[in-house]
Ligand binder design. Structure first.
Ligand code: NAP
Length: 286
């Protein structure tokens, strides 16, 4: 039997278990996908236990995406670049490899016709935390003219910019990176606005990181992408829709990053996207 799972915090929650279990069933794979919860201080103990169990692959989520790195034998190029791991491959020879599918999941969550409208244009993102790094790497890897990052903490924003400038060199990217405080938000000329802050996430569903007046600055064909998936339509997306903007929620990013993890573990491109998406949507309404 193939053994997969997710390493997460006992306090958090994850939809990966329902999504990956549905995928394994659909593919008729004799396998399981279990949730393994641990506090940071017991991460190493859990990791050793999973190795002894003969596990084939795990996802890793908050708060362990960075602290897991020293326990791994190797990192893929993109995991090194993002500086965090969300997928681990356990090789037959005992080696463990850390990968990251968040950045590609974010980018694949954007419909193709919208991608065409943002290439060579200006984009903006809110927040400079963990998910923001995966989002920024996607933009730096995909011919964006200007990447504007807005966040509330000046020092964190400066550190984030400095680290992105180094990654930009490695990616040979020509994207110009600009940063400013959220209080100076300016959305004129922005083709896509991405929220990577948790503002608006359940249960705080009546909050938005952006005022309606700021949203009105967006060009008429701009897109608003909130990587939050619970609720599916955050206040930010509701406000954007009321202004006739196209919107994208975080469900597809979640599905795509999970599908890519499964494909990596199975070494085949067979993850059933529709089944995985439906499992998430069902879990979100129940
Ligand atoms: P994180 O590492 O804690 O980063 C959160 C960022 O948001 C930080 O820059 C933080 O700023 C900022 N922030 C928090 N509260 C804020 C507020 N009230 N006003 C302004 N900025 C605020 O969290 P994360 O792991 O990046 O996750 C962020 C969100 O993305 C969560 O809602 C998560 O569910 C979602 N996510 C979705 C997917 C998906 O697959 N769809 C994947 C990953 C994450 P400070 O540092 O100043 O606190």
């Amino acid at each position: 039997m193939l053994k997969f799972g997710i390493i997460r915090s006992p306090q958090g929650y994850s939809l990966s278990t329902v999504m990956q279990t549905a995928a394994l069933q659909q593919l008729n794979i004799n396998g399981e996908y279990k949730s393994y919860e641990t506090n940071p201080e017991d991460l190493e103990k859990l990791f050793k236990k999973l190795k002894a169990l003969g596990i084939n692959g795990v996802n890793v989520t908050i708060p362990h995406k960075i602290s897991i790195i020293p326990l791994l034998d190797e990192l893929t190029k993109r995991a090194k670049l993002i500086g965090a791991v969300n997928t681990i491959i356990f090789k037959e020879d005992g080696k463990t490899i850390g990968d990251n599918t968040d950045s590609s999941g974010f980018w694949e969550g954007i419909p193709e016709n919208i991608k065409g409208n943002i290439l060579e244009k200006e984009v903006a993102m809110l927040g400079c935390g963990g998910a923001a790094c995966a989002v920024a790497i996607a933009f730096l890897s995909n011919k964006i003219k200007i990447l504007k990052i807005f966040a509330r903490d000046k020092n964190k924003l400066n550190d984030f910019k400095n680290s992105l400038e180094q990654k930009k060199e490695k990616l040979k990217s020509n994207t110009v990176i600009e940063t400013d405080l959220l209080s100076n938000l300016d959305l004129l000329n922005i083709s896509i606005l991405v929220n990577t802050t948790p503002v608006g996430m359940y249960p705080d569903i009546n909050s938005s990181p952006v005022s309606i007046d700021h949203l009105k600055q967006l060009p008429s064909n701009a897109v608003v992408y909130d990587i939050i998936y619970k609720p599916q339509e955050t206040k930010l997306l509701k406000d954007a829709r009321a202004l006739n903007k196209k919107t994208i929620n975080g469900v597809e990013m979640l599905v795509r990053q999970g599908a890519e993890s499964l494909n990596i573990w199975l070494n085949q491109n067979i993850a059933p996207l529709d089944v995985m998406r439906n499992a998430i949507l069902e879990a979100l309404v129940s």
